[in-house]
Design a protein around this ligand. Sequence first.
Ligand SMILES: NC(=O)c1ccc[n+]([C@@H]2O[C@H](COP(=O)([O-])OP(=O)(O)OC[C@H]3O[C@@H](n4cnc5c(N)ncnc54)[C@H](O)[C@@H]3O)[C@@H](O)[C@H]2O)c1
Length: 315
Amino acid sequence: MPTVPVLDAGAVLAAVDPPRAIERVRLAFERFAAGEWVMPAKVYVDAPPNGDFRAMPARGGGFAVLKWVTSFPGNSSRGLPVVTGALLLSDSETGELRAFMDCAQVTSLRTGAAAALSAQVLAAPGARSVGIIGCGVNGAWSARCLAAAGYGPGICTDARPEAAEALAAELGWATGDRVEAAAEDVVVTVTPGGEPVVLESDVRGGQHIAALGADAKGKTEVELAALRHCRLFCDEWEQASAGGELSDAVAKGTVTRQYVTELGDVMAGRAHGRGSDDEITLFDSTGLAIQDLGIAIAVYEAWREGRLEAGMATL
Ligand SMILES: NC(=O)c1ccc[n+]([C@@H]2O[C@H](COP(=O)([O-])OP(=O)(O)OC[C@H]3O[C@@H](n4cnc5c(N)ncnc54)[C@H](O)[C@@H]3O)[C@@H](O)[C@H]2O)c1
C-alpha cells in the first residue's frame, strides 16, 4: 500500500512563493514548447446550472499529474470556493503515487504566475502599471505575481468593492472603477466571465491584456470588437479555441488558428511576440495542466528536502 504525503494549502504556500511560481511556470511552458512535457487538453464535466468539473493530466520532469478541479462561479455568494479539488502527483518512471495535494492553491499560484509570465514575454518594454478587474482569489494572486515580477502600482476593481480594497491595501495599490483599471499598461481580467469587462472603447495602443477568467465555453470578458484591435496569443490553441476567451470569436469564424500564437512558441523563439511598442497584445489563458505540474513538482521537492511538514496517508 503506498504511503504518501498529504500537502495542504499551507504546505503549497510555504513551498512556492510568487517568484518561484513564475520560474516554475516559465519552465513548464518552455518544456512543453520543446515537446519534453506532454498534456492532452483538459476534459470538462458540466454540472449545470452552477459550474463544471475539469480533469487535467500532464507528464514531464519525471512525474505525472492529475488535477481534479472545479469552477463554480456563483459559489462566492454561497460562501464557498469557486475553485476546489485535489491533485495527484505520480512518478512517471514507475507509476507510483508520490503525493496528494491541495489543488486550489496550486491553481492560484500557477494562474497568477501565467499572468505575470505573459506580461514578461509580451508587454511593451516600458509597461509597468497594472489594472486588475476581478480581485477574488485568482485576481489577487495575479496581482501578487505581477508585483513580484516588478509590475505596478496598479488599480484594483471588483463588483465587490471590499475585495478591491483589500487587495489594494495589501499591495499598496489603489482602487478605481472598471474604466480606470482597463486603461492601465497591463490589464488582467479575472471575473467569472459573465459579461465583457474590457470594451472596444477601453483599449489603447501599447497595452497588454491577460484574459484569465473565461476558461470554459460560454464565458467572456473582452468585447468581441476589442479583439479586432489586439494581436492574439493563447496558452494552448486546442483549449483556448474550445473554451477560452477566443472561443466565441473562433465559433463565429472571426478568429482562426493562423491569427493566434501560443505563448510557448514565442518563448522558444519559433514565433514573433509583440511586433511594436504600439501593438495591443492579448493573452488568452485557459490554465494548463503543465502549469500545475510545474508547481506540484516544486511543492513535492520542498517536502522531500524536509522543508515542509505534512501528514501521511496510506491508500
Ligand atoms: N485561466 C485560468 O488559468 C484560471 C484559473 C483559475 C480560475 N479561472 C477562472 O477565473 C474566474 C475567477 O475565479 P476566482 O477563483 O478568482 O473567483 P472569485 O469568485 O474568487 O473571484 C471573482 C471576482 O470577480 C468579481 N466580479 C464578478 N463580476 C465582476 C465584474 N463584472 N466586474 C468586476 N468584478 C467582477 C467577483 O466579485 C469576485 O471578487 C473563474 O471564471 C474561474 O473559472 C481561470
